[in-house]
Write a protein that binds this ligand. Structure first.
Ligand SMILES: [Zn+2]
Length: 121
């Protein structure tokens, strides 16, 4: 059983939501309480300077991100790239933010890769 207002799940023997004091329903309408947030890679770099710059800019802009490979990169002398992921719905905003950054040549945006693949195909 679910409360249609606060969407709390109850055991079947309950009929009323103790928080909202309204009748419970068997199934909730489609809109999920926690939207699954899709992350997409927008850039990768093995340059520690770029990574530090990106992090400080994203932090300053309040962009949620995570970096894949950040922990290991220093142990491999930054031979392994650090992959930056941001929320899919913020990708356009992030691209706008980073387009003016002076990133090093070792940084490849996934856009360039896609473009290269498109040209080959
Ligand atoms: Zn409720």
């Amino acid at each position: 059983m679910y409360c249609p207002k606060c969407r709390t799940e109850y055991r079947p023997e309950f009929n009323i939501c103790s928080n909202c004091n309204i009748e419970l329903v068997h199934e909730l309408p489609d809109e999920p309480i926690l939207k699954f947030v899709d992350y997409e890679e927008f850039i990768f770099t093995n340059n520690p300077g770029d990574s530090a710059l990106l992090k400080s800019v994203l932090d300053a802009e309040g962009i949620q991100y995570y970096i894949q490979g950040e922990t290991f990169a220093p142990y491999f002398y930054h031979a392994l790239p650090m992959h930056f992921y941001v929320r899919k719905d913020q990708i356009a905003e992030v691209k706008d933010i980073i387009k003016d950054l002076n990133l090093r040549i070792t940084t490849y945006s996934t856009d360039n890769l896609k473009r290269r693949k498109d040209n080959e195909g």
